[in-house]
Design a protein around this ligand. Structure first.
Ligand code: AMP
Ligand code: MG
Length: 415
């Protein structure tokens, strides 16, 4: 029997082959979740001008230095400045300007007294002219309640590095610096293939001996979740001409990756192997993992190709372990899946291969406890619906008694 390939060695080879994709331009409003392709520097100061942090009165701070509720400073109101205004008059000692939050401070102003701290309360009478005089009840230091030009971001500073994933805050910052379009990494376009005389699509009725194709849907979801664009092609019959036609159609799309499921185990599925051999440079791997021993990997006319096993759970688990990291590298993303340590609640068994057991996780008294989701048959998709993670039994170990510590690859965030 040929030597089984170690999972880590397989992944290392796959990752070495993946070249990050190029970039494309995206509109700001469409950019959520995309990956920035280049460092972005501020083309201006933020805020772009000194402005008031409060609704109140712009003053010379020195005029307030002996102010108190008993002995307020009385100032002469000479200006009324709203947000969006561009004041030109200099504020002289003894003067105050009524000012709104975000409005530019006038030349000469060295502090803003909040309106709550004055004898004015124009918010009760909005639209009214400012009073002729205002009394200030506290003292203010130099610069109080003034947001200085460039205090958030200085001109030329790097705001976000290449590889940043755009979240709502990044969108706001890009708007602030006037970035309406910018370069993001391309999303990998991934074609999904499948074949089998037994398979029908979701809207078709089942006749004797048939089952519905589930892999093209799980794969489409996994690809989209990993930041790719899935393209599902119809399932081919187990006929050389149909499989050939399907593969050439896939290549015609010029995708960044092709993923097929089924047809890589030894036996009746040799047709798919034959086509893979015709079209590309494919290795048929027997990987030391469970589920998912048979797997084809290589390139079809230069396009990265994965031939995943057909059993629905095997398809998903091999995607998680080998394809998701590859897609992340193509898309220039950090891999989001984490591995944590958990305590097993059940006895777990393996056959000596590295085993990925579907488990449910719960926090119990400071520890994370992993419970099996039931049947671990590679055809039992229910085990994936229930799973929070994949508990990894190392190679060589056939029995893991309850109460052991195992690494768990998280499939969803732990509550
Ligand atoms: P194969 O590799 O073609 O021998 O397939 C292995 C197992 O996976 C068989 O039980 C197939 O019926 C099943 N299978 C293959 N492709 C799919 C699919 N697209 N959806 C659901 N099950 C599949
Ligand atoms: Mg088949």
């Amino acid at each position: 029997m040929p030597q089984l390939l170690n999972v880590d060695a397989a992944l290392a080879q796959i990752l070495a082959d993946m070249q990050p994709l190029g970039s494309e331009s995206v509109a700001l409003a469409e950019s959520l979740g995309r990956v920035i392709a280049t460092d972005i520097a501020a083309p201006l100061d933020l805020p772009p001008f000194d402005n008031s942090a409060m609704d109140g009165y712009a003053i010379h701070h020195a005029d307030s230095l002996s102010a108190s509720p008993q002995q307020p400073a009385t100032l002469h109101v000479t200006q009324d400045i709203s947000a969006g205004d561009s004041p030109t008059d200099t504020l002289q000692p003894g003067q105050a300007a009524r000012i709104m939050t975000g409005a530019p401070i006038p030349v000469g102003c060295s502090a803003v007294a909040p309106v709550e701290d004055t004898d004015d309360n124009w918010r009760k009478a909005s639209g009214t002219a400012p009073p002729e005089e205002v009394r200030i009840y506290s003292r203010y230091g130099y610069g109080a309640n003034i947001r200085r030009k460039g205090e958030n971001i200085a001109f030329g500073a790097t705001i976000m590095g290449a590889g940043t994933i755009i979240q709502p805050a990044e969108m706001g910052m890009l708007a602030a610096i006037g970035c309406a379009r910018f370069e993001v990494l391309r999303k990998p376009k991934v074609v999904i293939l499948g074949s089998g005389d037994e398979l029908v699509d979701v809207h078709e009725t089942l006749s004797a001996g048939k089952i519905r194709d589930t892999n093209s849907y799980t794969l489409a979801g996994l690809i989209r979740q990993a930041g790719g664009i899935p393209i599902r092609l119809p399932i081919a019959r187990d006929k050389l001409s149909e499989i050939r036609a399907l593969y050439s159609r896939a290549l015609g799309i010029n995708p960044d990756m092709i993923i097929s499921s089924a047809g890589v185990s030894v036996g009746a599925a040799d047709l798919v192997r034959e086509v893979m051999d015709e079209l590309g440079d494919i290795d048929f791997w027997r990987i030391n993992m469970r589920p998912g021993k048979p797997l084809a990997y290589g390139a079809l006319q230069g396009i990265p190709f994965f031939g995943l096993p057909g059993n629905p759970v095997s398809t998903m688990v091999t995607f998680e372990v080998l394809v998701r990291p590859a897609l992340a590298k193509l898309a220039g993303r950090a891999l989001r899946r984490r591995t944590i340590q958990a305590t097993t609640a059940d006895d777990l068994r393996s056959d000596g291969r590295r085993s990925y057991n579907r488990v449910r996780l719960s926090r119990e008294g400071g520890a994370v406890v992993a419970r099996s989701t039931g049947s671990q048959s590679s055809g039992a998709l229910m085990s994936m619906l229930l799973a929070d993670g994949l508990a990894i039994i190392p190679e060589g170990q056939r029995f893991v008694p309850a109460g052991s510590e195992l690494p768990v690859l998280l499939l969803r965030p732990l509550e």
